[in-house]
Design a binder for this molecule. Sequence first.
Ligand code: PEP
Length: 251
Amino acid sequence: MRRPMVAGNWKMHGTRASVAELINGLSRQVLPDDVEIAVFPSSVHLVQVSAELAGKAVVVGAQDCATEPQQGALTGEVAAFQLLDAGCSLVLVGHSERRSLLGDSDEVVTRKFAAAQSCGLTPVLCVGETLAQREAGETLAVVARQLAAVAGKLGVQVFERAVIAYEPVWAIGTGLTASPEQAQEVHAAIRSQLAAQDAELAGRVRILYGGSVKAASAAELFGMPDIDGGLVGGASLNADEFGAICRAAGS
Ligand code: PEP
């Protein structure tokens, strides 16, 4: 039985004041015990959010990490080791905004994934196709390639300590959501790709859906057999909406 997860990606949003307000709003939510809940603030707010969430059942993750796990001479980057020290237990790797706008290749994503795990962080590997790729019928091939880049280099066993997020690029921040059937097809393909190498592990790996998830669409998406929760961007900046999405993932 996989424990569902709902993760809020706050992207490059917030000030110390607005982040404090959002955490207050989250504290007022009734959150389900059977769902793992995580928030991913910008790196400048990680220490604040970790401190303000101390003792609460919401864990903290970062939105990216350096390819080098340890501190060193890499101006502007944040090492996985530093993220751990700041209170993180998770880190996103390969978010589509980083892949498409900031040049993170499959190779770079794989190095970040390995750096995160080497410090004890759980990577959330984001995969997904663009609209052009979907329209060309390449969705499953693109996602399979992104997954294989990590599994091929590091071995499938690394997914024992990782989460996968399927995020169609055309659905991120656009208000367009994949239908539950479209998402389920890709989630099932991801799971069977892992199962080809280790069926038991594949049955344990959590695969989240991301792409304009709202409270109104969450329950139907999370009701699909291979969808184990969500990675939520815009809607996670509203505590009431995010709380409702978390409850939709509960039993
Ligand atoms: C995301 O950034 O991971 C995301 C899914 O964003 P949104 O929910 O706003 O589409």
